[in-house]
Design a protein around this ligand. Structure first.
Ligand code: TA6
Length: 280
């Protein structure tokens, strides 16, 4: 396939192809492994995504940072504990189906088949970043899909960050005793946060030290997951520096397993997230 002028294929690690985008609207990197957006930097702005300096770039290993695609299930498999966490496709190579560009950005389209599972994803990098994941049903019976666009957003200092638009939303707190709670005001970070919010709202992430607000819109996603591992889990994760937790916040457009979407034969479900940078 002939790549657009502003896209070139590089191999920062042998056997690990990465599409490097240098377009008038942005710079970005997308790995073929996991169809994984590793970095995105709109023109005039600093890098928006957090990629762990200790991330592993190896077939079969999930990459710590960027935007992992967790699919066709989220976290633990609904019934089979032997299955990998966060689904099948973040640790596999996808196929590049199409690549195009115009004045407003670059589009890369990837596809993957894993048994009965068939997904296609479009990555649109420009002034905004849009990821649209299509769960396709090629079979003659309904299938249930869940998952998440597990976005790692770069922040200057997590203790200063505020997440807006989840006030009064119900959430499942999965730290400590797993229980349902209701959000009061903005989400702030004074310890580990791992929450599954019942929310379809757009999210604003205020990062005062970077003097910026990130806006996260979404579609086809009944839940928003907010995650920061804090100190202990940061130390426990080998592919994350001990203080890595200070510099990212995950805001995930999710379909949790208990809200899995039914996809009828011959049709598809789209899970989409859009990230944009706004001044503080
Ligand atoms: O999305 C939040 C979460 O499910 C957390 O519970 C935490 O495990 C995180 O994902 C990272 O998961 P990973 O499998 O990438 O280590």
């Amino acid at each position: 396939m002939i790549l657009p002028e502003s896209v070139r294929l590089i191999e920062p690690v042998p056997g690990y192809p990465v599409f490097e985008i240098a377009h008038p609207t942005c710079e970005a990197r997308v790995a073929l492994h996991g169809a994984h957006v590793m970095s995105w930097k709109p023109v005039g702005a600093e890098e928006v995504l957090y990629l762990s300096p200790d991330a592993v770039f190896e077939k079969g290993k999930a990459m710590r940072g960027g935007i992992p695609i967790c699919w066709p299930w989220f976290s633990k498999h609904p019934v089979d504990p032997s299955q990998p966490s966060h689904g099948l496709v973040r640790a596999r190579f996808w196929d590049l189906l199409d690549a195009s560009e115009d004045a407003s950005g670059v589009s890369l389209r990837f596809g993957i088949h894993a048994g009965i599972w068939h997904a296609e994803v479009e990555v649109r990098a420009g002034k905004d970043l849009v990821i649209a994941l299509d769960s396709k049903n090629d079979s003659n019976a309904p299938i249930m899909v869940s998952g998440a666009l597990h976005t790692y957003l770069r922040v200057s200092e997590i203790r200063q960050v505020r997440v807006l638009n989840l006030d009064k939303s119900a959430y499942l707190d999965t730290t400590g005793v797993t229980e349902m709670r209701t959000q009061k005001g903005d989400v702030t970070f004074e310890g580990e946060v791992d929450r599954n919010y019942e929310s379809t709202s757009s999210i604003l992430l205020l990062d005062p030290l970077s003097r910026r607000t990130l806006r996260i819109d979404k579609r086809g996603s009944p839940s928003t997951v907010v995650w920061n591992p804090w100190t202990e889990k940061s130390v426990a994760l080998s592919d994350l520096p001990d203080d890595g937790y200070r510099h990212f916040c995950c805001i995930e457009a999710a379909i949790l397993n208990d809200k899995a979407q039914m996809v009828m034969p011959g049709s598809a479900h789209t899970l989409m997230t859009r990230i944009s940078v706004e001044a503080l």
